[in-house]
Ligand binder design. Structure first.
Ligand code: T46
Length: 353
């Protein structure tokens, strides 16, 4: 935590990564008031924060970052010392169907927050920090090898990554133009408890549990770098506490997996945990039409955050995957809830099961 900070705003704190960040900050910094601003869209769920909801330093605010007037008023009233901005539309497939929703929330919503921060902080700008949590997808696709570095030029390929790249650019433009102290981090694929089952790992856990097909896009040859979400939250804490204003930090697990290899490992773990005959879950693998413009490979070099700030991921991938599977099996009610009722539309519109 930055010295003397007494009040922080975390946007998107009821979502997957956001809820892990809120939990960490509420528990680790009891002297600091943590405000979780979330619209509670399909991907936001206050159940994710049940264990900390009664802590005296935790405050929930339901609201929309797209509502500029509301955001301005919130900043004027609460006088936050710093902001960690995680609220975003995050699913690539949805961005292909509805790019405007991604521009609205990820670009315009971010600019609303930046405007409020620069206006309310203008007399003592240097005492504040605006931290934008972003993605490695802004760098494009590594079809010919190599790693994403902080200096890699942006080359977003999907409407989702274009919206995140745009918001990163706005954040940096506000530093350049208005001297707003900012920091940006770009992280690889996250996995772990509380991820909405539209993303690969929780979707496939849910489908295996319910004996439904596992829709592998294309030939399953695409490569992603996977990081346990709690380790991402730890990196965010370090960057917020010790990162230098104006800097970018890449975060990743040095843990690349071809989708099909990951899916086969997940099938093995699920067979074991559900006490099914080995090979049962693999029979559910179904190769389907590829995602439009599907990025082949993301691989991120997290050397800077490791060397400069001393960050290390705490879990090996297999251990993290087992922990994740255990969580989804133990939290059937959570999984059933987010795939039914008012959530049903969001879950079923894409997967139809
Ligand atoms: C949902 C799904 C996915 N896939 C493939 C597509 C990808 O190659 C890989 C992971 O897909 P997912 O949609 O879980 O994640 P990415 O498209 O890599 O993007 C994710 O990681 C970055 C860093 C973010 O910033 C995104 O917010 C986050 O969604 O599995 C399938 O083959 N079948 C499926 O049903």
């Amino acid at each position: 935590m930055r010295e003397n900070y007494q009040k922080l705003l975390i946007t998107g704190g009821a979502g997957f990564i956001g809820s892990h960040v809120v939990r960490l900050f509420v528990n680790k910094y009891p002297q600091c008031q943590i405000y979780n601003l979330d619209l509670l869209t399909y991907a936001g769920n206050l159940e994710n924060l049940k264990d900390i909801e009664n802590k005296p330093n935790y405050h929930f605010v339901k609201g929309d970052i797209n509502d500029a007037g509301f955001i301005k008023e919130l900043f004027e009233t609460e006088k936050f010392d710093g902001v960690l901005h995680l609220a975003a539309e995050s699913h690539v497939d949805r961005s292909i169907k509805d790019p405007l929703a991604f521009i609205q929330t990820n670009v315009l919503g971010t600019v609303n927050l930046l405007n409020a921060a620069k206006d309310v902080w203008e007399h003592n700008m240097e005492q504040h920090l605006f931290y934008h949590i972003s993605t490695d997808e802004v760098y494009g696709s590594l079809d010919n090898g190599g790693y994403f570095l902080e200096t890699t030029p942006y080359d977003p390929q999907s409407p989702y990554s274009a919206s995140k790249a745009s918001s990163d650019h706005f954040v940096r433009a506000y530093q350049n133009t208005y001297k707003l102290p900012i920091v940006v981090s770009n992280c690889s694929n996250n996995y772990g408890p509380n991820q909405f089952p539209e993303k690969l790992i929780p979707l496939f856990i849910n489908n295996i549990k319910n004996n439904l097909p596992l829709p592998v896009y294309g030939k399953g040859e695409n490569v992603r770098d996977w990081l346990y979400v709690v380790d991402h939250a730890g990196a965010i804490d370090l960057i917020f506490s010790k990162g230098k204003a104006g800097e970018t930090y890449n975060i990743g697990g040095f843990n690349e997996w071809k989708n099909i290899d990951l899916v086969k490992l997940l099938c093995q773990v699920m067979d074991e945990k559900l006490e099914r005959t080995p090979g049962t879950s693999e029979e559910l693998i179904t190769y389907v039409t590829d995602r439009a413009g599907h990025d082949l490979r993301y691989a991120i070099d997290a050397g800077k955050v490791m060397k400069e700030l001393g960050w290390q991921p705490s879990l090996q991938f297999e251990e993290g995957l087992r922990k994740t599977v255990d969580w989804y099996i133990a939290n059937t009610a959570w999984l059933d809830h987010v795939t039914s009722g008012s959530y049903q539309k969001y879950y079923h519109e894409q997967y139809g099961n």
